[in-house]
Write a new protein. Structure first.
Length: 200
């Protein structure tokens, strides 16, 4: 369900573009993002920081697209968002000495420190790559190709990245399960090496 909510504005943008044009699609995307935020606020009681950032970026760049009647602004929007996220990870890591991946996912995953570092840098690299790829597609292909890439290409690459990341993290989850099972068995097994106390 959360996945559908996350990609709702992109899907609506795609449909509106195919039916109307880039400007109607931009206005619809702004409205869809506002609805997304309202839904998350009502259902979950809170909205994550990056979702607020995403709203701000779509309002600023989408608004500029509508005001100046120039689709260049909306085409820059994904890159700005990707690079803002990558910059946030780097600034938090080097300036505040906090790994944001561990901050956000630490309650769901138990990983060794080096795995959190790998996770951080893999996301920084992926987000930087996605921002650059968006610009390449936007300014080397026609608008229709960019819109198709925005929906299918971006989501497809995100899924591939998530699968690869999941494969990497699975080794640590497996180790955790095995260690947990071993500890449980040790707790249930009588200690045969303890001296027996004879009753007189």
């Amino acid at each position: 369900m959360k996945l559908l909510v996350d990609f709702f504005p992109i899907a609506i943008f795609f449909v509106a573009f195919k039916i109307f044009d880039i400007y109607v699609a931009t206005a619809v995307a702004i409205g869809a993002t506002l609805l997304q935020i309202a839904y998350l606020k009502k259902v979950h009681g809170k909205v994550e920081i990056m979702q607020w950032v995403s709203l701000g970026v779509i309002v600023v760049f989408g608004g500029a697209t509508l005001i100046f009647h120039d689709n260049t602004f909306i085409q820059w929007k994904p890159t700005v968002l990707y690079w803002l996220m990558a910059s946030s990870l780097l600034i938090s890591n080097f300036v505040f000495k906090r790994n944001l991946m561990k901050v956000f996912m630490g309650e769901q995953l138990v990983l060794p420190d080096h795995a959190w570092v790998v996770l951080l840098w893999s996301w920084v690299g992926f987000l930087t790559f996605m921002g650059s790829l968006n610009l390449y597609v936007a300014f080397n292909f026609d608008l229709n190709t960019w819109v198709n890439f925005k929906l299918f290409g971006s989501i497809g690459l995100m899924i591939v990245f998530a699968v690869i990341q999941g494969m990497y993290l699975s080794r640590f989850v497996s180790e955790e399960v095995l260690l947990g099972d071993g500890a449980a068995k040790d707790a249930e097994t009588p200690h045969s090496d303890l001296p027996k106390v004879e009753r007189k």
